[in-house]
Design a protein. Sequence first.
Lengths: 263, 416
Amino acid sequence: MEWRKIRSWLIVMVLAVDLFLAGNLLLQGLAVRQNERQAAQDAVAVAQSRGIEISLEAVLRLPEEMTLWQAQRSDQLEGAAAQALLGTVRRESPGGGVAIYTGASGQMLFRRGGALELDGPWNGTAFDAATCVEVLENAGFALDEAQTLQTDGQVQLIQQYAGYPIFNSRLTCQNGEGRLQAEGRWMLTEEPVAAGASLSRAQLVLTLCDLLESRQTALREVQAGYCLLSEDGQSLTLEPVWAVDTADGRILISCISGETLNG
Amino acid sequence: MADKLKNLLLAVLLLIMASLLALTFFVSIQGSQGGNRLLQSREESESLVIPVTSSPAAQPEELALLGAQGLFLARDGETYDQLYRQVEPLWQEALGSATALEPLATDAYLTLLQAPGVLLQYHTAQPMYLLRAWSGSEHTAEELEVTGLALVGTQNEVLLLVTDRQGGRWQAQTAASYNELDSLCAAVDVSNGQLAGEHAVVPADQVLTWQAHSCAAVQTSAAEMTQRGELSQTLLSLFGMNAYLTKVYPTADDSLVYVEGHSTVSLTPQGDLTYSGEGMDLELTAAAGTARQAEICGKVYDRMSLLWEQAGAGGTLSLETMQFEGDRGVLRFGLHLEGTCLERGEGHWATVTVENGRITGINAALRQLETGDSLRLLPTRQAAATLKEGRGVVRVRLLEQEAGLFVPQVCFVTEE
C-alpha cells in the first residue's frame, strides 16, 4: 500500500518536473528565435545607416537557417534512366566524370555537376509539360516538386529541393521529328546527406550590404534556394544560396561562405 | 494490471525527465559564453582534418578565350577568378576523358586554334601525368612536360591540344561538352588581344594584348600569425606537434623556435617558417611510380594551403617544380595573386621535402599581401615587337623591387 502512495506522488512530481522542463526548453527556443530575429533587424538597420535599402519583411521571410547537402552521383539511377528512355543501352566511361549510354534509338550523356544531354525517341503522343513530366518520371526523375514552364515547343523543368528552387538545375526538353531532346542539369542521386549549416540571416544581410555597396546597385528582390555544384566528377553539393535580383542582374550569394557564386 | 501500467507510466516519465534534463543542459551550454568557448576549442582541436581535394596544385598563369569577336585574355584579378571558375570544370572534364596523346604538326595545331576555344599557359612546365591525375584520368603514364593547354571545339567535339616544354604539339579527342565550350566562348563580347603568329622570338600561339592595362603593385608584410607572435595550437597540430608538450625558445633575432622531440618549427618576425623533424605522415595509398608522386603532390598541396590559410598569409600557392630521387622528393611552390605571379628575389615561396611518404622539411615565406598603387603597363604586343633575338615568352609578373614591394612589369621569360 505504501509503495502505491509513494508511486502516485512520484508520478505527479515527475510529471510536474517534465512539464516545467518542457516549458523551459520551449521558452529558451523562443528566446533563441527572438534573438536571431532581432539580430536580423539590427543588420537591416546597419544597412540602412549605410544608405542601402533592404526590406526587413523580405529578410524575415527567408529561412532562419538552411542546410548544406552532399550526394554522390548514382551509376544505378543514371543507368536506369537511360534504359527507361532508350531501351537496351551500352555504357562507356571515358573519364572526367562523363558517362555515355548508347542504345539503338539514341544516346544519353551524364557529366559532372549533374549536367546531362539526351537524344531519344518520343512515343508519338502530343508533346506538352504533362506528357514530358510523365515520361521523365517513369525514367526515375523526381519531378513532384519541380516547376514546369512551357514555351514555343519547349518544356522547361526547374528542380526544387525541400521546397526551395535549385537555381542552376533545370532541364530544357524539346520535341522534333519524333525525338525527345533534353539538355541541362539535374540532381539524379540517392537522398543527400546534411553536411553543414548556413550563416545567420544577420551575417548574410551584412554580406549583402557590402556587396550592394561595392557594386553600387539596388536590391529588387531576394529569394532563398540552392545551387548545384561539384568539385569533381562524382560528388554533388547542394549549396544554400540567396538569389539577389538587382538592377544589374541576379547574384547568387552562398549562405555557407558568404561568397558570390556567379561573379 | 493497473499496477503494471502505473509502473510503466512512472518509468516513461523518468526517461522523459532524463532526456529533458540532458537537452536543457546542452542548450544552456550552447547559449553561454563559456560553453561556446568550450565547444569551439573542442571543435578547433578536432577539426584539423586535412581536406582531401582534387584541386589542381598549379594555376595557369595565362587564361584566354577564343570567341567569335576574337581573343580575350583575362587580365584583372576579378575577371581571372570568374573565368577560371567557369573554365576549370570544362578542362577537368576534357583532361579526364582525353584519349592518349598523338603528335601534331605545328601548322595543323595553329589551324585548329579557332573559336570556340580556351587557352591556358603555365608559369613552369607541369608533368602531364599530374594534370591527368588532377582530373581523375586513368592515363597517367605520359612523360610530357606541359607548358600550355588548349581546348578547341571542332565538328561538335572538343579537342585537347597540348604544348610541351620542347615546343612539341600533341592532340587528343575528349568527351567534354561542346555546347558548354561554345556557350562559354559565345559570352565573349570583346577582344583584347591576338595570337603572335609568325614572330622571330615568341611562339606563334603566344597571346599578346593590344591594350595597355593597369596592374596594382603589392606590398607584403609578415603574416597575421607572425604578428600575433605565436603559433596557435591548431597550427602546431598541423606539424604533428602537441602544444602542451612543445617547448618554446626565443632567439637573439626575435625568432621563436618550437621544439617537441625531434621536431622543430622556427618562425622569424618577418614570417619565414622552417620545419624539420620526424615527419608528418601523408598516409599515402599508392605504392610507387607516377601515381604515388601525384598523390604526394596533392596531399602536400592540401597541407600547404591549409598552413597558408591558418597563418593568415595571402595569395594562392601554385606548384612550380617537383623533383624525385627514389622516394625522396622536393616540391617547390610559387605564389599567385588573382592570376598574376609574384616572383621573389630569393627562391620560392615554399619548399617541401618528402621522404618515405612523410614531410620532413618545410621552408615557407608567409606574408600578408596588400595591393597598392596601380601602374599602367605597355601592351604585350608592343613589348614583343621590341624583341629581336632569343626564344621565350612575354608575361606580366610582379617582381620584387625592394624588400617586400612587388611591382608589375612586362617580362621576357626564356628557358634560362
